[in-house]
Design a protein around this ligand. Sequence first.
Ligand code: EUG
Length: 594
Amino acid sequence: MSTPMLTEKYSGAPTRLAKEAARARDYIVSNRTLPTSSPQTNGLRLPPDVSLETFETAIKELQNILGEANVEVNDKPLKDGWYLDHPNTHDTFHVIPQSSLVASAIIYPSTVPEVQSIVCWANKYLLPLYPISLGRNLGYGGAAPRVPGGVVVDLGRRMHSIFNIDAENASCVVEPGVTYFRLYEEIQARKLPLWIDTADLGGGSLLGNALDRGVGYTPYGDHFANHCGMEVVLPDGSLLRTGMGAMPGPEGKDNPTWQSFQHAYGPAVDGIFSQSNLGIVTKMGFHLMPALNENEHQSYVFTFPRDGDFEQIVDIIRPLAQKRILGNIPQIRHVIQELAVTGRGKETFHEGKRPMTDDEIHEAAKKTPLGDCSWVFYGCQYGSPESIKQQLEIVKDAFFKVEGSKFFLPENVPPGHYLHDRARVCSGVPVLRELDWVNWVPNGAHMGFSPIAPTLGPSARLIHDLIRAAHIKYGFDLFPTLCVAGREMHYITNIVFDRSDVAMKERAVAMMREMIATCAKHGFGEYRTHLLFMDQVARTYSWGDQALMRFNETIKDALDPNGILSPGRNGIWPKRWRGKGWELGTRREGERSV
Ligand code: EUG
């Protein structure tokens, strides 16, 4: 498995992380028992209701437009690769058989007119397209199409320009293939006083992550909220600019406020292109944060001894976040992650496959730098040194009310501790560290379960207990990471599984289905989900007898009458596909195997 660097590949890692990347890869390789490459179980997977003859005609036609090398038929063995060398053919973290969610072909456009031609071509042959930016939507299906045999449009490979880093407006415009790593290195090289906001892993696409409404950890951490202006290819092949970009600028230029004012005029349509299948976003603007100096941000950790401190911690965070004394979205993690994020497998801490008990976790935690505890709060304060000092006094006063809580600065923990990586992420420096906990099991993979709950003690207790009970029932260690804002929190938990263990994967899917249903009963809905659960999650947003789904279907049918764009994404099926058994995990339709 190769370790591409940014100097040679748009999706590679920066040179500053070469050693770390090689180490992460070696860890993953040493922990793998599966072959690096496996033939597809049933050979080439054609798109549904498309004959081989039609498929071959269509492929030839598109090859004539884009060039043969830019339209690949996916009839080769599948390689899971790893983070820096990831597939665009299927879900690298396959929780169902690897050959299930698989592409029939992969297309590499290089320009917006080429994307428009692809859309027209798909309409002609009724082929389901599945656009990806980088395909690093890890935990939610990666690059895999929702419909088996879908045609993946890999936008990132040839469309990765950074168009306009504007130091005065503090903004930029990017194409789908621009990663956090790329933008960060570009800004550093040009010595511009700007911060980016990165996701936990730096190899993701700015545009892709924002469209999926991902989270980051500087004050600009709400990625979709900090986007400003889009260019979109619609399912009929026409081109749209949103926000102020809809108004032409002088002399044929782009509008001068395209990256300045998101809301512009009339209905706010940008939102319908996020977590949806209504258009292919080819350009997206972002606000960037004016850079702070080294002494103008301070990361820190609090630990809390008892599981039962959870309610109190959440109730302490709420007013601090509402008053914006907490300037970013902090994370609370369960102490088991202090073990996992070392990158050493579970066998280092525990014998056997069953989940670790609380006692066993505490015993192992004693030997970690933060010591024994139950919850770990990773925060960061921003401002002048004097202001940070005052803020930290307020924050400490608040958290020290929890008996036995402890406070650490980066200088109080060893150099390899995760806090140092957290400090980078909270100051806009993209890293790779978050890969490490996937090594908890051999052939490690993960899937995200990410419900939203109120930032209230009793709700925190309820959702944690529900999710913990499910993990005990299905035999999984529980890895909660909570991104806590002033009014809601994302309870994100990563289900870590062994890709070679079929029974374990079946348990993971069953547990997801049960947690989605149980959480929905209490009003906790997922903010984002893996391909397999999109139908089920969409149907939990059922107020008014599925009023939202009817609305989404109405828009879908109006914009995409042939149903060619990402059918089924986020649970939205075009008319041509509805009622044919494609929905998974809902009672409305009979299930169809994928
Ligand atoms: C994380 C993971 C997610 C997500 C947001 C943040 C961070 C994990 C798997 O999904 O949606 C440490």
